[in-house]
Structures are given as structure tokens and as C-alpha cells.
Design a binder for this molecule. Structure first.
Ligand SMILES: [Zn+2]
Length: 103
């Protein structure tokens, strides 16, 4: 199953949608699996993984599939799939789009 779809949802802000009408859509869990890797714990609502923004032994980074967003209970980082990739790869928004397209 391809993880990158061209469909956009209301989750994306209007400005960035206008600027990047073909913004790729991807599953945040799949992004984590491919860019970070490691154990993925699936619970009732969130998917808990080890945070890729701070050092930790127990997973406290929640990945939310319904909104394709993330929140870390340890360091407080949060955002959407684009800021997620930007944070992992230390790149800008355009570069993040490219990475998601090429996943
Ligand atoms: Zn964290």
C-alpha cells in the first residue's frame, strides 16, 4: 500500500495548502518506522514510541493517526507530519515535503 497520497484534508492550514497544492500526505507511524525505527507500542488511542527529539528509556512520544500529529509527554514537542520530518532530519519545510514524497 503506498503511504503517500495526494489527497489533502482540513487538517492542513489554508496558507500552506495554497502554497503547496500538491502537498503529500503520509502516515505518521510509517514515517517514524522508516526514518527512526525501533519498537512501536499501539495503545487505545495513541501509538507510543521512543522520542526522537530527546533521550529516553521508556516511550513517551505519542503518534496520533487520526490527526497525523505527534506530542511528546517528555519534552513537549508537538506538530504535524511536516514538522515531525523537519525535526528528525533537521531540514526546512520544502526539504521535508521532498523526504515525505520519496519515502
Ligand atoms: Zn521528547
Amino acid at each position: 500500500m503506498p503511504i503517500v497520497k495526494l489527497r489533502t484534508t482540513k487538517f492542513f492550514s489554508r496558507t500552506s495548502f495554497r502554497k503547496f497544492p500538491d502537498k503529500p500526505k503520509a502516515d505518521i507511524v510509517e514515517i517514524y518506522r522508516r526514518l527512526v525505527g525501533g519498537e512501536i507500542k499501539i495503545s487505545y488511542r495513541a501509538i507510543l514510541v521512543k522520542c526522537c527529539f530527546h533521550e529516553e528509556k521508556t516511550p513517551s512520544l505519542a503518534l496520533y493517526r487520526d490527526t497525523q500529529s505527534f506530542y511528546c509527554f517528555g519534552c513537549g514537542k508537538s506538530g504535524d507530519i511536516y514538522s515531525f520530518v523537519q525535526g528528525i532530519k533537521h531540514c526546512d519545510f520544502k526539504e521535508a515535503l521532498k523526504i515525505i514524497r520519496e519515502l
